[in-house]
Ligand binder design. Structure first.
Ligand code: PRP
Ligand code: URA
Length: 209
């Protein structure tokens, strides 16, 4: 069974409280999504391997730790996942970025794929899939299935708000995928929206409603 980690860091919770507010502007919403992704990235990469090397400071020789060069890829689920990319790339400048386009059919709530472009060596990389919302779990589970078909073996899922229903679906279909959240909300409503949630993440990032 995969781990579910809910980050209760005060900075993340404060930013999330503004993100949820329906009166938050598009500009502020975008900035907050990016900042929260950056803070979550900090925790989600805690297990990255480091190697010890020796360098010269202006004062003495020092044994220091550097990242061991593990290859990473960030894969946002379009559209809303795009809002999290800048924050992640600011923390991991050498990562590659793949894109998977999925939208939820409003009637069936099933994910429909419309775009996919991944780094050629994606199978050799550790992948962090990002999407602000984990609702029914259909989109996230489909993205992970897709990555596994492309040979990926080490996949994490980072979402800002999750619903228990979506967490259960990902855990059932992909027990090897750890899930990182800033909040685990109460339930889904009859339209598949997370309650209390923040509304439609894509529309709020791109100002399309
Ligand atoms: C939203 C969100 C997720 C998906 C979550 O995207 O960004 O990708 O819904 O729902 P699920 O867990 O029930 O699959 P949406 O389909 O609205 O597309 P958009 O990002 O283009 O707005
Ligand atoms: N997608 C969103 O953008 N918001 C939700 O609450 C559920 C799915």
């Amino acid at each position: 069974m995969s781990n579910v980690l809910v980050f209760d860091h005060p900075l993340i919770q404060h930013k999330l409280s503004i993100l949820r507010d329906k009166n938050t502007s598009v500009k502020e919403f975008r900035e907050l999504i990016s900042e929260i992704a950056m803070l979550m990235c900090f925790e989600a990469t805690r297990d990255l391997p480091v190697k010890e090397i020796e360098i010269e400071t202006p004062v003495a020789t020092a044994k220091v730790k550097r990242l061991s060069g593990k290859k990473l890829a960030i894969v946002p689920i379009l559209r809303a996942g795009l809002g999290m990319v800048d924050g992640m790339v600011a923390m991991i400048p050498s990562c590659k970025v793949g894109h998977i386009g999925l939208y939820r059919d409003p009637e069936t709530l099933e994910p429909v794929e419309y775009y996919c472009k991944l780094p050629a060596d994606i199978a050799e990389r550790d992948v962090i899939v990002v999407d602000p919302m984990l609702a029914t779990g259909g989109s996230a589970a489909a993205a992970v299935t897709f990555l596994k078909k492309r040979g990926c073996r080490h996949i994490k899922l980072m979402c800002i708000i999750g619903a228990p229903e979506g967490v259960a679906v990902v855990q059932e279909k992909h027990p090897d995928v750890d899930i990182y959240l800033a909040a685990l909300d109460d339930h889904l409503n009859e339209h598949g929206y997370i309650v209390p949630g923040l509304g439609d993440a894509g529309d709020r990032i791109f100002g399309t409603r």
